[in-house]
Design a protein around this ligand. Structure first.
Ligand SMILES: [Zn+2]
Length: 461
């Protein structure tokens, strides 16, 4: 029994080095033949490329380390290298070699003479593993892009564009079919054009725009378009801006009026500790601005079809209490405390008068809108909308189709209103314009109808 145990121990002692060497050998093989592919990352990965773009390239290999990296771009011809790097084998099992690598490089379609159309970015990375006949593990990544460096083309089709300050204009233009967004640009404000013909005449757009009354007369208007690759075109067109005089209107604010106005708003909207004047200025400035922004936002994706038809209705038997563009100067104790511009027409009739829709369209808003109180907004298509403020009640709802002359509510004093009246606003892509033009059938005939019939003729061709 003792003898046999000795024999066993001796056997283990003689075999142990062999076993250890064998294990080390296996470990060595597993290390140098590791099968983990290198990791690669490229940012950004744009769908389109229209100009020089900087890429950030990252590669890493935690095991045997990086042997080489290559980034190239390929169109129909041979691939063009953008980044190429080989790394030396350093130390035992490449312990001191490169395990992670990052570099920025620039791709310029112009310098590389890339042609318009598809281009593939190709990334290839090897590591120092002995796999694949000693070539190493290989990571290949491919990213497809479209090279597009040519801006869309754009031509005005309508000729005369006479626009009053604070008034509306209409332009018909043609753009190339790669256009994603287009319209009339004033400063940084875009009035978006809408496609207006069938598939046989693609690329014909109409765009209602305005020359807002707060802009200087020499502000320049452009036609503007952008394609999917973000190539932009800005083009001049013929127009004439007509000066318009607006009335000055002094408004005296008494303490009694101040109280009445402030109590008609929820106390939650004011900052704690505000004086009555501060509260009033918050309503007249901040809330007014917020309400304008909301209207602009509301009208950003108008119904593309023309829903309106014929003359626009003005509230019957109503007196004009305030006009569009009135320069209001607010006095408190004989001191000027604020200046604002009135962005609609105030119409007063008997208290609680029914309010009719000015034209055919679809209701897109029926809510409280700050200074305008209970408000209904109707989308008439192609960027035109009307708003009805200070209502005491309404029974129309969002999404409801409305015919011209349909009753949409009842006048009142909600919001910032001194007495029962209707605030009627006409909006071009959410920007308030002078409604008087739209009540004038001659103006519509000369400035709108003629251009719309031009589209019909184009569509027939
Ligand atoms: Zn008003």
């Amino acid at each position: 029994m003792k003898k046999s145990r000795n024999k066993k121990s001796r056997l283990i002692i003689t075999l142990l080095p062999t076993v250890i060497i064998f294990i080390i050998f296996i470990w060595f093989l597993m290390t140098i033949f590791e099968g983990e592919k290198p990791f690669a990352e490229l940012t950004p990965l744009p769908e389109y490329i229209n100009k020089s773009i900087a890429f950030n390239f990252m590669a890493s290999d935690g095991k045997m380390g990086l042997k080489d990296v290559k980034v190239s771009i390929k169109q129909d011809g041979p691939a063009i290298p953008l980044l190429k790097k080989s790394f030396p084998y350093k130390g035992l099992l490449n312990k001191n070699g490169i395990h992670s690598f990052g570099e920025e490089f620039t791709l310029s379609p112009k310098q590389l003479n890339l042609v318009q159309g598809q281009a593939n970015l190709i990334i290839e990375i090897h590591d120092f593993s002995k796999r694949r006949g000693g070539d190493g593990n290989l990571t290949i990544l491919e990213h497809k892009m479209i090279v597009d460096t040519i801006p869309p083309s754009m031509t005005a089709l309508s000729r005369s564009h006479n626009v009053n300050i604070g008034g509306s204009g209409l332009i018909i233009y043609r753009v190339s079919t790669d256009t994603r967004e287009s319209g009339v640009l004033i400063n940084n404000m875009l009035f978006k054009g809408v496609p207006c013909t069938n598939d046989s005449q693609p690329g014909i757009y109409l765009c209602y725009f305005s020359f807002p009354c707060n802009l200087k007369k020499d502000t320049v208007l452009y036609l503007w378009a952008k394609d999917s690759a973000d190539n932009e075109i800005k083009k001049a067109f013929h127009y004439h801006i007509r000066k318009k005089r607006f009335r000055k209107d002094k408004i005296r604010i008494s303490d009694r009026l101040l109280d009445a106005i402030i109590t008609s708003f929820s106390p939650d909207i004011f900052a704690p500790g505000d004086s009555n004047i501060e509260k009033y200025l918050f309503i007249n400035r901040t809330l007014r601005e917020e309400n304008s922004a909301s209207l602009r936002e509301l009208c950003q994706s108008p119904i593309k079809e023309k829903l309106w038809n014929g003359p626009w209705l003005r509230m019957k038997k109503a007196a004009t209490m305030a006009r569009f563009g009135d320069q209001r100067i607010y006095y408190y104790k004989n001191k000027v405390i604020d200046r604002q511009v009135h962005m609609g027409v105030d119409l007063a009739s008997l208290a609680r008068s029914p309010v009719q829709a000015s034209n055919t369209g679809r209701v897109i808003f029926t809510q409280d809108l700050g200074i305008y109180g209970l408000t209904v907004v109707i989308d008439h298509g192609q960027g035109l909308a009307t708003m009805y403020g200070h209502l005491s009640s309404t029974d129309v709802s969002v999404g409801q189709d409305i015919n011209k002359e349909d009753i949409i509510g009842v006048t009142g004093t909600t919001g910032l209103a001194m007495g029962d009246h209707l605030h009627f606003g006409f909006l071009v892509h959410g920007v308030p314009v002078n409604p008087v033009e739209w009540w004038d059938t001659h103006w519509i005939k000369d400035n709108i109808d003629r251009k719309l019939s031009m589209i019909e003729k184009l569509a027939e061709k």
